[in-house]
Design a protein around this ligand. Structure first.
Ligand code: SAM
Length: 448
């Protein structure tokens, strides 16, 4: 692996005698790690744990995730291990309930799905992505994770100025020069240049300036990148400190983790691949020590479905009393009662792509289940006819194909694999219609 000279000189300066170990680590295989969805799966027996999270595991090899039905069922997310350190920031510094959280650069959804596993049902996560195509992928991953206390938006950071002081926590997982990904994604090396670093640094500064007003006084900004570059990390945070009242938060670290603390004018945490079992990463947590005033005018605009539809859907889910039912076009979704105002605010001020969990669509008099309800952590499986699929059937289902189906009950059925819902079918007795979302079907013809 030939790393760019300018990068090598800088990192040599920073790492000193550790440089050779760092250099060698770039020739090793990237560790494969996944984070389970604790609402759908308890553990991965016999796999080593990622030490700074309750939910992370290292796998011995990279399986073909496309051909694992449990992957499509949202029981785990494939995520690089260093990034899972976000959990420590939230556990050590964010402990109240009923929070408004913004994940500003959220696609494809690694940190958002992690946050959803860590917050209580009284808190809401807004996952935003500025690039439309990436926002679609983000929405898909959030939907599969199955939590109703989430909103997905597709906005520029500047648009959040419309929501002054709304958020208790804002995560800026910034687009960066990707120095920490040289091993995992060698293309990152080809795209690296000093000019690109400067471009990234000024873009990050603009993002921080744009989103800062949306943070509450005493709220926490979490800033992270997958680069070692000081221009993109320390210097941007120094700039924030010089222009605003901030307090950097320190983290308790287990020395065995191998995480390096930056503790000078700013505080942050660095991850190097020769010290941790993960890729290069930087993270810092900053408390806002100044006020932002702003008034949020809330109108009621979201409509509700008929009482009859609400009664039907109440039996579909657990904890139905904590949700309100809303209707958008023919779709009915649930959203936490406690956060109705946030739904209205976001709908009126941002480009909202997905809200809560869409349980069903209304077609004439019929209530037709939507895929999101099968993925929901609140689905009442007992309320439905279910059909457990074999591995081969599950893959055929995920390809949106049909297979032999005889003398079964008619109507909508939940299909499961190892007891976990994969989606819906409409049984016609001796055949069925496969209701798996057409855009998500497995298309590759490679053999399992
Ligand atoms: N947080 C994500 C996760 O854990 O899966 C990864 C985010 S990735 C490091 C950075 C994201 O920033 C990308 O999705 C990218 O599209 C987005 N982005 C690119 N330009 C941006 C901009 N000007 N403002 C905000 N986000 C931007």
């Amino acid at each position: 692996m030939t790393i760019p000279d300018e990068f090598e000189n800088k990192i040599k300066e920073k790492l000193g005698s550790e440089f050779n170990a760092f250099r060698e680590s770039l020739n090793e295989h990237s560790p494969v790690s996944v984070r389970i969805n604790p609402r759908k799966r308890n553990s991965i027996p016999s796999a080593d744990r990622v030490p700074w999270t309750e939910f992370g595991y290292y796998l011995n090899e990279r399986p073909k995730f496309t051909f694992d039905p449990l992957f499509h069922a949202g029981t785990y997310y494939v995520q690089e291990a260093s990034s899972m350190f976000l959990e420590q920031v939230l556990r050590q510094h964010v402990n109240s309930t009923g929070l408004n959280i913004l994940d500003l650069s959220a696609a494809p959804g690694g940190k958002s799905t992690h946050i959803l596993s860590l917050i209580d049902v009284e808190s809401i996560l807004i996952s935003n992505e500025v690039i439309r195509a990436r926002a679609t992928i983000l929405a898909e991953n959030i939907l599969k994770w199955g939590h109703p206390n989430s909103l997905v938006t597709n906005n520029d950071p500047k648009d959040f100025e419309r929501l002054p002081g709304l958020f208790d926590v804002i995560l800026v997982d910034a687009p960066c020069s990707g120095e920490g990904l040289f091993r995992k994604e060698p293309d990152a090396m080809n795209e690296w240049s000093p000019d690109n670093v400067n471009l990234c640094a000024s873009r990050q500064k603009r993002i921080l300036a744009d989103v800062w007003p949306a943070l509450k006084e005493n709220g926490i900004l979490v800033y992270s990148t997958c680069t070692y570059n000081e221009k993109e990390n320390e210097e941007n945070l120094l700039w924030l400190q010089q222009n605003h009242a901030v307090e950097f938060l320190r983290m308790r670290l287990d020395p065995a983790w191998g995480v390096v603390e930056v503790n000078n004018a700013i505080k942050g945490y660095r991850f190097y691949p020769h010290r941790v079992k993960g890729e290069g990463f930087f993270i810092s947590a900053i408390r806002k020590k100044e006020s932002t005033t702003g008034i949020h005018k809330i109108k009621k605009t979201v409509t509700t479905p008929s009482k009859k539809v609400q009664e039907t859907l109440t039996s579909w889910i657990s904890r139905a009393e904590t949700f309100d039912f809303f209707q958008h076009q023919e779709y009915v979704f649930i959203f936490p009662k406690a956060k109705n105002e946030i739904l209205e605010l976001v709908k009126q001020n941002l480009r909202l792509g997905q809200a809560g969990t869409t349980l069903a669509s209304l077609k004439h008099d019929k209530v037709v289940p939507e895929h999101a309800s099968a993925m929901s952590i609140h689905i009442n499986k007992e309320n439905f006819d279910t059909a457990e699929l074999s591995f081969d059937e599950a893959i055929q289902y995920l390809r949106r194909e049909t297979f032999s189906w005889t003398d079964k009950e008619r109507g909508f059925q939940l299909v499961t694999f190892e007891g976990v819902p994969l989606g819906w079918i409409n049984s016609l007795g001796n055949r069925f219609n496969n209701l798996y979302p057409i855009d998500w079907r497995i298309r590759t013809n490679l053999k399992v």
